[in-house]
Design a protein around this ligand. Structure first.
Ligand SMILES: C[S@@+](CC[C@H](N)C(=O)[O-])C[C@H]1O[C@@H](n2cnc3c(N)ncnc32)[C@H](O)[C@@H]1O
Length: 261
């Protein structure tokens, strides 16, 4: 059973501070799956709509599905003016039931951004294969590494500060990402998809407010500093990282594509 940690205040931080996806990522999805204005997309584990909202502009309709109602409430709020997005409370285990709902309609693409590790992919991928049209498929997307995992002096200072605050070292996960990608790819191929990869790389400069917001959005609610502790937490964080400004982050978006032949 999934342990959710995206409820309450964290959902608000996620919506406000989590990085979205640049147009190049959407362009890559359109090119890979031949998406047109006739297609319907499903964004599974949509969170606050980082991918759902730009997908709405590239398709006839998009469904954002997530088990955490607080994330969906934020997504819905952010979707003001977008009329072709539908929000569904549901997890990966609810996906097979969509087949009966969709009937003859097939999906152009199913996107899974930063969320697959909570899902049972060996059940999910075969179910998705029967939901997508030929030429369409699944995209598993990783939106860069956490900002405390880089080599830059400010990222290192952030890592040390957070380790001290959590009382345990924040370990860097060298190699783990590639092993995970390889496992995902093997599961997709076992489900009958043809897999490939597209990478979009860029640099983003963020302000201190976004450094704090990204930390809060990645912290389960019970581990967040209590409201009365936040001013002190943020002051100390500023002392640790500000000497290393500007906060430039390399962002490497990996799109693992799986096409149905
Ligand atoms: C890190 S957020 C990613 C949000 C967004 N897709 C993005 O790319 O930024 C992960 C989301 O996965 C959702 N999630 C967790 N377990 C899930 C499951 N079993 N099925 C579907 N979504 C799940 C969480 O509620 C959360 O909103």
């Amino acid at each position: 059973m999934t342990i959710l940690k995206f409820s309450g205040e964290v959902a608000g931080f996620y919506q406000r501070y989590r990085r979205g996806y640049p147009a190049e990522v959407l362009d890559a999805l359109v090119a890979e799956f031949g998406l047109t204005a006739e297609d319907v997309a499903l964004d599974l584990g949509c969170g606050t709509g980082q991918l759902t909202l730009p997908l709405a502009g590239r398709t006839r309709a998009v469904v954002g599905m997530d088990p955490e109602p607080d994330m969906l409430a934020q997504a819905r709020k952010a979707a003001t003016g977008i009329t072709n997005a539908t929000w569904l409370v549901g997890a990966d285990t609810d996906v097979p039931a969509l087949e009966a709902l969709l009937g003859k309609e097939k999906l152009g693409v199913v996107t899974i951004g930063q969320a697959l590790h909570w899902m049972d992919r060996d059940t999910l991928f075969p179910a998705l294969r029967s939901l997508v049209r030929p030429g369409g498929g699944v995209a598993v997307i990783t939106n860069g590494a956490p900002m405390w995992q880089h080599d830059s002096p400010w990222s290192k200072a952030l890592r040390e500060y957070l380790s001290g605050w959590l009382g345990k070292p924040l370990v860097r996960t060298f190699g783990a990402e590639q092993e995970e990608q390889d496992r995902y790819r093997a599961s997709l191929e076992a489900a009958g998809f043809t897999a490939g990869e597209t990478v979009v790389e860029y640099e983003d400069e963020i302000d201190f407010d976004h450094v704090i917001g990204a930390v809060y959005s990645a912290t389960p609610e019970d581990l967040l500093p209590k409201p009365h502790e936040r001013a002190e937490f943020e002051k100390r964080l500023s002392v640790a990282v500000s000497p290393h400004a500007p906060f430039v982050e390399p962002v490497r978006v990996r799109i693992l594509t799986a096409r149905r032949g």
